[in-house]
Every structure is written in structure tokens, then in C-alpha cells.
Design a protein around this ligand. Sequence first.
Ligand SMILES: [Cu+2]
Length: 481
Amino acid sequence: MQRRDFLKIAGVAAGGGYLAGQQPQMQMQSFGAPGGNPEDVAKTDFTLRIAPITLELAPNRVISTIGYNGTSPGPRLRMKEGVPVTVNVINDTDVPELVHFHGLLIPSEVDGAEEEGSPMVPPHGKMSYKFTPTPAGTRWYHTHTMSMDDLHRGAFTGQYGFLIVEGANNPGRYDQEHYLATRDWEPYFSNMAMDNDDLDAPGPQPERPAVMDTRMPGLEVMSDIYSINDKALGAGEPIRVKQGDRVMFHFLNASAIEIRHLALPGHRFNVVALDGNPVATPAAVDVLMLGPGERIDAWVEMNRPGVWILGAPEDPVRQGGLGIVIEYANQRRTPQWTAPPKSSWDYTIFGKAPTGPAPTEKLDMVFEKVPRGAGKFNSFTVNGKSYPHDQEFVLKQGTRYRLTFHNRTDDAHPLHVHRHQLEIAEIYGKATSGVIKDTVVVPTYGRASVDFTADQPGLTLFHCHIQQHMDYGFKALLRYA
Ligand SMILES: [Cu+2]
């Protein structure tokens, strides 16, 4: 569809409707139905065109952003593990771009991070990424450019999508499957940042300083408009289910800004994989937590007929659009929301007791925030200095490391290491194993240790997945000796 055609349609649709915050109502639309795409089969050749798009979050809320192939999220890229692929990227914008393949174990040159030496796709130019996807699981792709003080660039835009790597064993014993990404839109700077982290009970805070920093903090990025995929709550098609259905959800927090929570009244999420990797101990929870960049695969048994909102437990976030309606067959009523039972997210319930000795090679990263360290904004340091680092983190190939994150800031941070898999060894003061991640939320003043094997030679980027934090110093390069 051409952009002007889309605008025409959006213009026609803009007459009625409502936005998030008002009472959701059903709207029958023939497009945008989640899941069930017959063209969603594994391929080896893909094209992504980066260009301005408009996105109809709700009939009276059409925003402009940058997306892939005219949409956001972009097309679902479905690949087979071990089968080489080509992703052709056409950049129809005026700025250099990058596509990062998040959660894949692929060489630095095609990983899509400028810091690692991946080439930029020039403005109005093209480039092909060729790699062999691995490991199997729910991955994703997104731009990796810096935004700095431009909220129309980088991960604030609509440049992201799911990337699924199919393994040899695909259980698929589910009645339905849905890919749902949480997003926020139209970000702005404010010093009134709302803290949603208190949904999760405070754990130990071993990194809390004896004397608190009382300097005035800088501006942070905020947003009041949310969606799941491209629709605000109530504006898209509901997910239609039957009693007894087992529905598999693949959740992604594609926010550049904030940690998200999700709940579905009267139902529990049976978590089977985190960041696409099967967990040691699948377990059911009432509330999910996803830091920016994280994925959760969880199935839900549909055993409570009604019309429900699957959405953010925080009222302003859900009313601002972060939700989707679950409608049982033969049920017609206003979608219901009830607050979930009090619960706190804990990665370790999906783990198992540690086995074997801890790696003897240790790396430590200490994170600190410098209030207004970058003009109006805060800056961040890793081991006392902002990016770039030089020889601080040098890996010996084939060695297993224990990397300990010391979060001496008053925020939780989703910490991501490219091109490697992290096994959580300790978090919230608890030891665990069998939880393999690429992004780990380290709590406020908390400490976490992850183990990884240095088996992917080449430059490797570490960073906080909150765009503003990354841009203002919260990143480091790991290199191989
Ligand atoms: Cu951060």
C-alpha cells in the first residue's frame, strides 16, 4: 500500500471513534487481526524498507513515525535455525540507519551496531545483511541508531519487529498463537518521570550508597500514549477465543523508555521461555514484567468466559492505550478489568538450583548516574567513565565468565549484551541457574550476576536498553584478546 493511500483510509476513518482513556468499544475491522497470517512461513530472503509511515493507533489518533515496509511493527521475519538468510535493507530516509538483530549469535559486521563496526545503511542507500540465524526462539529486530535529544530518531520510532527462529522441534500444541509488542508513542522530556517499578516488591539493595545524591536530576523521556502492536486498547480487533483454548502469547516490550507489566484478569500466564530461551522451570504467574528489549513466551488457558482486557495493571498506562481485548465466543459486553493479585516479578522462579562450580574469571561493572551530567540530561558511567571504554573488558576466547552488575542508581535498568547468551547466576540476593537471557533487568540499587561463555569473537556491545541511558554513556564494548 502506498503511503498516500494509507493516509486516505486513515482520513476516512478519523470521523468517529475515541482514543484510549475512554470506554473501549468493539470495532469491526477487516485488517490488523493479530496472528493467523497464512504468509507467516519461514523464508531465506527478506526486504525491509525504512521510510516514514503513519500509524492509526485509534481512529482519532494517527501519528507519524518511521517504520519498516509501511507498518510498525514491521513484518514478522520467520527464519529456520542454521539456514542462511539475506535481509535486504533499503533506507528511504535522510539519515544513516542500522538494523540490529536482537538475541542472535551472529558476527559483529552484521549484528547491526555501529560500535561493533557494523556498517551504516546510507541515506537513500541499501545494504544486505547475510547471516545464519541461531539459536531458535523469539528474537526481534530494531534500529540501533542514537537519538540523543531527538525523540524522532532511534528506538523512539516504529523501527522494530518480531524475528522468529524456528528450531527442529516446534511443539505448537496451541489453539492460537499471538505476537504482541508493547509500545509507547509521542515521547517528550520531563522531570516528572513516573516510576512504575514499585509494582515489584523491593528486594535487597546492596548497592544503595550510604549518602544519597541530592543533586537535581535531569530530564527523562516520558510518554502518555501506548499501544499493543499498532493499536491502542479497544481500537483494534479483539483476540477471539473459545473456552478451553490454549493460547500462546509471544510478548515483546519494544519500548525505548520504560519497564512494562501485563495482566489478564482471572487468568494466569504459563511462562515457558524468557528472551526466546526455554526456562528450566516453567511456572504460572499473574503479572508479567518486561524491561525494554525483553520477550516472554507464555500460554494462557482460556477458562473464564467473558470479555477481558489484557493490559497494563497501572491505570494511566492501560487507559492510555496499553491493552488488547480478549473476547470469548458468544460473550458480548464491555471489556472488564480487575486488578491482579499482588505479585512481584522474580526471574529465579523459572530457574533451578545452581549446578557445578561458578566461573573463576570475573568481570565487574559498576553503574552510576551523574545528575545533569550532560546539560539538561543525566549521564551514566560504567566503572567510572562514560562510553567509550578501551581495554576495560577484554575476553579470552573459550572462557566462561561471571559478569556482575552493580546498579548504584535509583532506577532499574534492562541490561543487554549483544551476540552472547547470559545465564542468570544471582539476582535479588538469590542464586539460580537455567534462566538464559540476552537482557536482564537489574533492580534499583540491586546487584545481579550473569555467566556467559566468550565464544563469539568480535566486538560486542553492552548497554542499557533504555535509549536515553544508552545515548548518554550507559554502554561499553567488550573485545576479544
Ligand atoms: Cu538504563
